[in-house]
Design a protein. Structure first.
Length: 226
C-alpha cells in the first residue's frame, strides 16, 4: 500500500511549462494542515507515503503501478482523477469513487466504453478534448466524441499532426499531452510486503480525538480480522 501526495506550495514541471495549469485553485489552511499530518496516519497504519518536490500524487501512483507490473504483480489504483485511466491494463485496475460507499472498477474495457480509446491513448485524448479542471484548453472545436473519432481515424496524436491536422496548435497539443501524462519515473520509497498496524493507527486516531475512526480501526485489529 502506497499513498501519493501533492506538494501544494512547490510547482511541478507542468506548472513551469504551462502557466495556466491548475491556476485559480484555492486551498483552505485547514486542508493544508491536514496534508501535513495525514502522512503520519498512513505510517501508523503500516503503509508507505510518497511525496517529493516537483511531482504530483498521480505520478507516484503511476510509478508504483508500473513497478508492480514489472515484477509480475497486479495493482489497484484508488483515485478520483480520471487521468489515471491511462494506467488501466490487464494487471492494473483503477478504483474510482462513484458515491459514498460505491466504487467502480475501471479496466481497459471500461476506458474504451467511456472514452472510446485505449488506455494508452488517454493522454492524447485529453490533449485534444482539453481538461477544464487543469485549465488545458485542448484543440479548438474538439470535444470528447470528436477527439475519440480522430484518434480512431489517425491512431495517435503524433500521426494526426504528421498528416497536417491542427498545424497551428501542434506544439501546444504536444505540451498538453505531456502535461496529461503521468510520470512513471517518479521516485518511489522502498516497496515491500506490509502487515497493517491497525492498533497503532487506532491509538493515533484516539490521540486526534477521532473516536469513531478509532473504533473502526480497533475492529480491524481484533483477532477475527488478523
Amino acid at each position: 500500500m502506497l499513498v501519493g501526495w501533492d506538494m501544494l506550495d512547490v510547482p511541478t514541471y507542468r506548472h513551469r511549462a504551462f502557466a495556466p495549469y491548475q491556476s485559480g485553485r484555492q486551498f483552505d489552511a485547514e486542508l493544508r494542515d491536514q496534508l501535513d499530518v495525514l502522512p503520519h496516519f498512513v505510517t501508523a497504519c503500516g503503509f508507505v507515503n510518497a511525496k517529493s518536490p516537483g511531482y504530483e500524487a498521480d505520478d507516484f501512483l503511476a510509478a508504483a503501478a508500473a513497478s508492480e507490473e514489472l515484477r509480475g504483480g497486479k495493482a489497484i489504483v484508488a483515485t478520483g482523477d480520471r487521468d489515471a485511466f491511462q494506467l488501466a491494463s490487464e494487471t492494473t485496475t483503477i478504483l474510482q469513487p462513484v458515491r459514498a460507499g460505491v466504487m467502480a472498477r475501471i479496466g481497459p474495457k471500461e476506458v474504451r466504453a467511456r472514452y472510446g480509446v485505449e488506455p494508452t491513448l488517454v493522454p492524447d485524448f485529453i490533449a485534444l478534448r482539453g481538461d477544464p479542471s487543469d485549465k488545458l484548453p485542448g484543440a479548438r472545436g474538439v470535444g470528447p466524441k470528436s477527439a475519440a473519432g480522430l484518434l480512431r481515424r489517425y491512431g495517435t496524436l503524433d500521426q494526426m499532426l504528421a498528416q497536417g491536422r491542427f498545424k497551428e496548435q501542434a506544439d501546444q497539443l504536444r505540451l498538453y499531452r505531456r502535461i496529461a501524462t503521468m510520470d512513471k519515473s517518479a521516485p518511489l520509497p522502498s516497496l515491500h510486503d506490509q502487515t497493517p498496524s491497525w492498533a497503532k493507527a487506532s491509538a493515533l486516531a484516539k490521540d486526534w480525538e477521532l473516536n469513531r475512526l478509532a473504533e473502526r480501526l480497533d475492529a480491524l485489529a481484533s483477532p477475527k480480522h488478523s
